[in-house]
Design a protein around this ligand. Structure first.
Ligand code: AGP
Length: 634
């Protein structure tokens, strides 16, 4: 949540900061700002709303400064307006701070600072930091010392960028439980919450670890632990190809990303599934930067945390799996539980990561805790994994970002091969997380001898067939569009499913509400009669996910119960299903598929339905209101 950037070098800072911020807009987009030091004076440009508003300010003011910091905000304290937009200044207007995270004790600090005569201009928790650094600087006359003293007073998880008018040749960056990267160019340096934002300028980065402060100059960076000790860390090389972020001819990133799903699946499968007769392998045969592993320590730095490094003994000793995740990743994990339980006969518990706070996690030395997060930066998920680690559990991450915080805190990592997902609503990363669970289930089952070689081969062949089936659904996009728009005026939509497709119903509801702002709820189909059925009438569409298999008949009965209440009946069902054709007003059909793999297909018509309704209603499809792609506060 919130993106921090910085630049120091020979070029004009504002355009560089803007282009870095563009890459971080996914972290929040309710306001943005920059602080630059021009002709010895600190000045701030900031504006509520999307980055375009800040861009206009910069275009009008034409700043020529060559040093500055910037910020894109997702509001935590204080409404999204100009005053609460970052950067925030101290009383002397010589120190500027940009901040990601929450200062938990800001109220007591603010009270103290007000008593000491500081005037506050915003409702944010951030402003106390600028005042504190300023107070300490008055005493110490040294920015680093002032920052060391300040962090001693702050409670919470945060990342900061700081500039001082008195030290225009330096930027300071502070990391406490978040991610910050310093990019090292030729006589210029960059700062960003996500290395992706500096990759357009340099592929040489130094990452700040927990409780570290960076002093950045054009020549490079010096790192210090919070206790003042200098830390030496060599830069690492990023992927040699900068990420290309464009819509590829699609109207929105979301639609492009939905269409990328067959490719994404092929890429993830190609990486871990060499051949149906060979065991699934999570030791990557290519490095994250796309090159074969080399002896170069720098180049392989990212690869170190890559893959699953559990021994056969350890895999056999696991007697329980705990999964933690949020939002869409949580829904993928609910499917993952059923896959692993079915294939491996190991009990799997799935928790919404934020719900693990304040209670005892039931994990120990024979538990494997899996954290699932496309961004690898979700604070709730990271905290839950850290807690599991403390309790002695083995840990494993499933993420789309091998350069994320999650990758740093677990020795075992499955990386989904999605490329960057720009749209705030997750689509291709959901499918890739599901795929990772299928692969992980087969991997664990093979290692534990829970399935025969024949069964394993069949599962892998079936999995390999999925991308082609996905293409068949996407080819019907127009049909799905026409069918979906009939329901665009709904105020409430109910999604139901059973078994492996209960999570699909939850995900369908989440997609519709976050994209179109139509209220939608997902239920286990059998639960409908235990209360939710009260909301049904002829104005409420009910979307039923129904595929042939163990729960087909019972799901159909639950749909009939909705039909008897005059609900508008929509199904996601397999082609050729005559019963579905008779029961439902609208059928969004998918190719015939084994029930076990059906979640990989059933979600796609729902993604498209949500997209088409949201676009028809004129919603901001790629950046829905109030949301952020990376949720870095608890
Ligand atoms: C889904 O469309 C949302 N973007 C959201 O629920 C998301 O899945 C959740 O915030 C978790 O994010 P993560 O996968 O990056 O941890």
């Amino acid at each position: 949540m919130c993106g921090i950037v910085g630049y120091l070098g020979p070029a004009k800072a504002a355009p560089v900061l803007l282009s870095e911020l563009r890459c971080l807009e996914y972290r929040g987009y309710d306001s943005a700002g920059v602080a630059i030091i021009q002709d010895g004076e600190l000045s701030v440009l900031k504006a509520a709303g999307k980055l375009n508003n800040l861009e206009k300010l910069i275009t009008d003011n034409k700043p020529t400064a060559t040093v500055g910091i910037g910020h894109t905000r997702w509001a935590t304290h204080g409404v999204p307006n100009d005053q609460n937009a970052h950067p925030h200044l101290d009383s002397s207007k010589t120190i500027a701070v940009v901040h990601n995270g929450i200062i938990e004790n800001y109220e007591e600090l603010k009270e103290e600072l007000i008593k000491e005569g500081c005037a506050f201009e915003s409702d944010t928790d951030t402003e106390v930091i600028a005042h504190l650094i300023s107070k300490e600087y008055e005493k110490e006359k040294d920015m680093l010392k002032a920052i060391f003293k300040t962090v001693e007073r702050l409670r919470g998880a945060y990342a900061l960028g700081v500039v001082s008018q008195k030290h225009p040749d330096k930027i300071y960056a502070i990391n406490q439980h978040y991610s910050l990267s310093v990019g090292l160019g030729n006589n210029e340096s960059f700062l960003a919450s996500d290395s992706m934002a500096v990759r357009q300028y340099t592929n040489k980065v130094v990452r700040l670890e927990q409780s570290e402060i960076a002093e950045i100059t054009v020549e490079g960076v010096r790192l210090f632990a919070f206790d003042g000790k200098e830390v030496k860390r060599r830069p690492m090389s990023l992927d040699s190809n900068p990420y290309v972020i464009d819509k590829g001819g699609y109207k929105h990133f979301l639609l492009k990303e939905i269409h990328e799903q067959p490719l994404v699946l092929r890429q993830t499968l190609a990486k871990y599934l060499i051949h149906p007769t060979k065991p699934v392998s999570f030791i990557p045969h290519i490095t994250p930067n796309g090159n074969a592993p080399t002896n170069n320590e720098e180049e392989n730095a990212l690869s170190k945390s890559y893959g699953v490094h559990l021994s056969d003994m350890e895999v056999k000793g696991i007697d329980r799996i705990q999964v933690v995740a949020c939002g869409t990743a949580y829904h993928a994990s609910l499917v993952g539980k059923l896959i692993i339980e079915q294939l491996c006969n190991i009990p799997v518990a799935v928790d919404i990561a934020s719900e693990t706070r304040g209670r005892r996690l039931m994990v120990n030395e024979s538990t494997l805790t899996i954290a699932v997060s496309q961004s690898g930066e979700t604070a709730d998920t990271l905290s839950a994994l850290e807690e599991a680690k403390k309790l002695g559990s083995f840990t494993l991450g499933i993420t789309n970002r091998p350069d994320s915080h999650l990758a740093q805190i677990t020795p075992n990592l499955i990386v989904t091969e999605c490329g960057i997902e720009v749209s705030v609503a997750a689509t291709k990363t959901y499918l890739a997380q599901l795929t990772s669970f299928y692969l992980l289930g087969i991997y664990l089952a093979e290692k534990r001898g829970a399935i025969s070689a024949e069964q394993a081969k069949k599962l892998k062949s079936d999995l390999n067939a999925i991308p082609t089936l996905l293409e068949q659904i996407l080819a019907r996009e127009n049909e799905i569009r026409m069918a979906s728009l009939k329901y665009a005026d709904a105020h409430d939509v109910v999604f139901i499913g059973r078994g492996l497709n209960y999570p699909t119903a939850l995900e369908g509801a989440l997609k519709l509400k976050e994209l179109s702002y139509i209220h939608a709820s997902g239920y286990a189909a059998g639960e409908l009669k235990h209360g939710p059925i009260a909301v049904l009438d002829s104005k409420v569409p009910v979307v039923t996910v129904i595929v042939p298999g163990s729960v087909y008949e019972k799901t159909l009965s639950n749909a009939q119960e909705a039909r008897a209440r005059n609900a508008q009946m929509i199904a996601v069902a397999c082609e050729g299903d005559e019963q579905a054709a008779k029961t439902f007003d609208t059928v969004l059909s998918i190719p015939q598929v084994d029930e076990f793999f059906s979640p990989l297909l059933t979600v796609v018509p729902m993604q498209l339905m949500s997209y088409f309704i949201a676009d028809y209603l004129g919603k901001d499809v790629d950046q829905p209101r109030n949301l952020a792609k990376s949720v870095t506060v608890e």
